[in-house]
Design a binder for this molecule. Structure first.
Ligand SMILES: Cc1cc2nc3c(=O)[nH]c(=O)nc-3n(C[C@H](O)[C@H](O)[C@H](O)COP(=O)(O)O)c2cc1C
Length: 185
């Protein structure tokens, strides 16, 4: 049976991690739409334990990138060429969410951040923007550069801009390898 198609599936299939960007600014309307998609994300206990800090002012963004992609983190220096850098920052959130974390030994805060950030990424892809999730950066330098208080952490970065490359799709597990119905596991 042919796989049914959908708008969402087309966007998910077309999205790539983009590591080369055109030197073209990104319209605020497009970034606002990505932020709206992130805002609508579900989260444990509706805690929404994150903030998105969007750096699109060139001097500010460059200073930030110089601070976070130095030394051992230089593998991600490519991201400094993106016109926009988004810091996804954790917020301690609600007590109920914290309790849920403790009782379930699942880090719902990170689950929530992942969902919201991917909403952002898919909304960017829908608008022709390229993004790359970045987990390899100097988190302490990032918090300092953003002037964050203690206990507030930059969990991931997203580089955003118009793609200057069209990478082929990366290999994925088959559906059979990663999913099964009922006892078919
Ligand atoms: C949480 C997370 C962290 C990532 N960190 C990095 C990173 O530090 N540097 C990088 O170049 N790519 C990073 N990536 C991108 C992955 O390498 C990429 O998603 C994966 O290889 C699949 O390729 P695709 O996104 O083009 O489908 C990260 C992705 C995720 C989801």
């Amino acid at each position: 049976m042919a796989m049914p198609t959908s708008h969402l599936l087309k966007i998910a299939a077309a999205r790539r991690s983009i590591r080369k960007y055109k030197a073209v600014p990104v319209e605020r309307e497009k970034l606002d739409l990505c932020l709206e998609a992130a805002r609508l994300a579900p989260s444990a206990c509706n805690a929404q334990p994150y903030r998105f800090i969007v750096l699109d002012e060139p001097a500010l963004k460059e200073k930030f990138c110089a601070a976070v992609f130095g030394g051992v983190y230089s593998a991600c220096r490519f991201a400094a060429a993106a016109p926009v850098m988004v810091a996804v920052v954790s917020d301690t959130g609600k007590l109920t969410a914290w309790l849920g974390n403790q009782m379930q030994s699942t880090n719902f805060r990170l689950v929530d951040i992942g969902i919201a950030a991917e909403h952002f990424v898919l909304a960017a892809a829908e608008q022709g923007l390229g993004t790359c999730w970045l987990g390899w950066f100097n988190a302490k330098a990032a918090a300092k550069a953003l002037g964050l208080g203690t206990g507030i952490k930059v969990e991931v970065l997203l580089s955003v801009g118009y793609p200057d490359e069209a990478p082929p799709p990366r290999k994925r597990k088959t559906t059979k390898e990663l999913a099964g119905y009922n006892t078919d596991i």
